[in-house]
Write a protein that binds this ligand. Structure first.
Ligand SMILES: [Zn+2]
Length: 186
């Protein structure tokens, strides 16, 4: 072997050794990256699981809140308006009376009827309709909201012993014999 050839071989061997070292470093780096990638994937799975748990918790809380919220008060009807653009349309008035009549027959008469007779002409009396409107809504708020506390109980007591008897007396007075269809009674 000539000296030149030997020199070339030694140089090639040295380059090969450098390349092997580089390749080995790349392999180690690649292995480390694979480990990191697995950790990232694992992290993503955990994050997704956490997100699902949080979403379920939010849905549970929102549902519970909606249930707790209970009865939603019916929007105000302008029963008192006598004319113009504020006045109820015939359809609005009929629907409002129908809603009140349902409560009157289902709840008011059977439960509170003995406090004072409510004449059948009550829809003809503005004061009766307005009174039954808030009485009915208040009853729903108090009795159709599942959860109650000491404050609700106090309100129920006030409703039963003060508010309903006073309203019942007013309703009975308004609709007692021959009252209806006179200007004073309307
Ligand atoms: Zn009447």
């Amino acid at each position: 072997m000539s000296e030149v050839t030997a020199g070339i071989l030694t140089e090639q061997a040295s380059r090969l050794s450098v390349l092997e070292e580089r390749f080995s470093r790349l392999e180690r780096a690649s292995a480390r990256n694979a480990v990191r990638l697995r950790a990232v994937e694992e992290g993503a799975r955990t994050d997704r699981k956490t997100l699902e748990t949080l979403r379920a918790a939010v849905e549970t809380l929102t549902g519970a809140k909606q249930r707790k919220k209970g009865y939603e008060i019916t929007p105000t009807l302008r029963w008192w308006a006598t004319g113009g653009q504020d006045a109820l349309t015939d359809e609005e008035r009929a629907a409002g009376v129908l809603r009140l009549r349902d409560w009157v027959e289902r709840v008011y008469k059977p439960v509170y009827g003995s406090l004072g007779k409510l004449g059948d002409c009550w829809p003809e009396h503005k004061l009766c309709v307005i009174t039954l409107d808030w009485l009915c809504e208040l009853w729903h708020v108090l009795y159709e909201t599942p959860e109650r506390d000491a404050r609700t109980l106090t309100q129920m007591a006030d409703f039963g012993t003060r508010i309903v008897p006073a309203a019942a007396a007013l309703l009975a007075r308004q609709t007692s014999g021959g009252c209806h269809m006179t200007e004073a009674g309307r």
